[in-house]
Design a protein around this ligand. Structure first.
Ligand SMILES: C[S@@+](CC[C@H](N)C(=O)[O-])C[C@H]1O[C@@H](n2cnc3c(N)ncnc32)[C@H](O)[C@@H]1O
Length: 211
């Protein structure tokens, strides 16, 4: 898995200068609306954003939240640092692997990711880490595109995936809702934002059941 993690890191380092341009249209057409919806649900307090990328969520951060944001790619993080400065935000930005978060258990009120678990090499391990660092009564919010489980389109996504992942770094056939369950998290709700393709997943650590 270390090899795959290094490959992912290199891909996003390579893509970083073009990332915002590549997503310019979809960002304005849809993503911004979905980001706003997600962040409107995030409380004040310590919040972790995993896979911050170039910082596209920053304009939507709640004013009173204390945000820590991590990413695997140094070059994506450089852009996020610039964006935070431009927006006058005080964000604790760190280079870190979602699969091995360097935070103690139960550190955050909420953990947020947007379009990240399509890229994390071992998504189940990464999701377990989210469950570990969020407080027992905390929330995990994932805005993710996933494999569409329908005839023709599902297998087509599987067939195209090896090419797409090399070009843009993201797997288009991840089954993220199932991965959340495999990681032992409790699903609170799944909202379909664009057919079955884009989902807003609200989960909680299973430890909240015993806490
Ligand atoms: C498609 S981009 C999404 C960026 C941002 N969240 C957004 O909504 O625009 C995926 C991001 O996840 C990061 N990433 C991939 N694997 C990661 C890992 N194991 N740990 C931390 N970040 C990771 C990549 O470096 C990249 O910045």
């Amino acid at each position: 898995m270390q090899y795959q993690t290094t490959v992912t890191q290199s891909r996003y380092d390579r893509i970083a200068p073009f990332y915002d341009l590549m997503e310019w249209f979809t960002e304005r057409a849809r993503f911004q609306e979905w980001r706003q919806l997600l962040w409107s649900r995030i409380p004040a307090g310590p919040v972790l954003e995993v896979g911050v990328g170039t910082g596209k969520n920053m304009p939507f951060y709640p004013p009173d939240a204390q945000i820590t944001a991590v990413d695997l790619s140094e070059r994506m993080l450089q852009r996020a640092t610039n964006r935070a400065r431009e927006l006058g935000l005080n964000v604790d930005l760190r280079q870190m692997d979602a699969q091995q978060l360097e935070f103690p258990d139960d550190s955050f009120d909420a953990v947020v990711t947007t379009f990240v678990f399509c890229s994390v090499p071992d998504p189940v391990q990464g999701l377990r880490e989210l469950g570990r660092v969020v407080k027992p009564d905390g929330d995990i919010w994932l805005l993710e595109h996933v494999r569409v489980n329908r005839p023709i389109i599902g297998p087509l996504m599987d067939a195209l995936n090896p090419v797409v992942v090399r070009i843009v770094g993201a797997n288009i056939n991840r089954q993220t809702v199932e991965n959340v369950r495999r990681a032992g998290l409790e699903i609170v709700d799944v909202e379909n934002l664009r057919g079955d393709l884009v989902k807003l997943i609200h989960a909680r650590p299973a430890k909240s059941e015993v806490g």
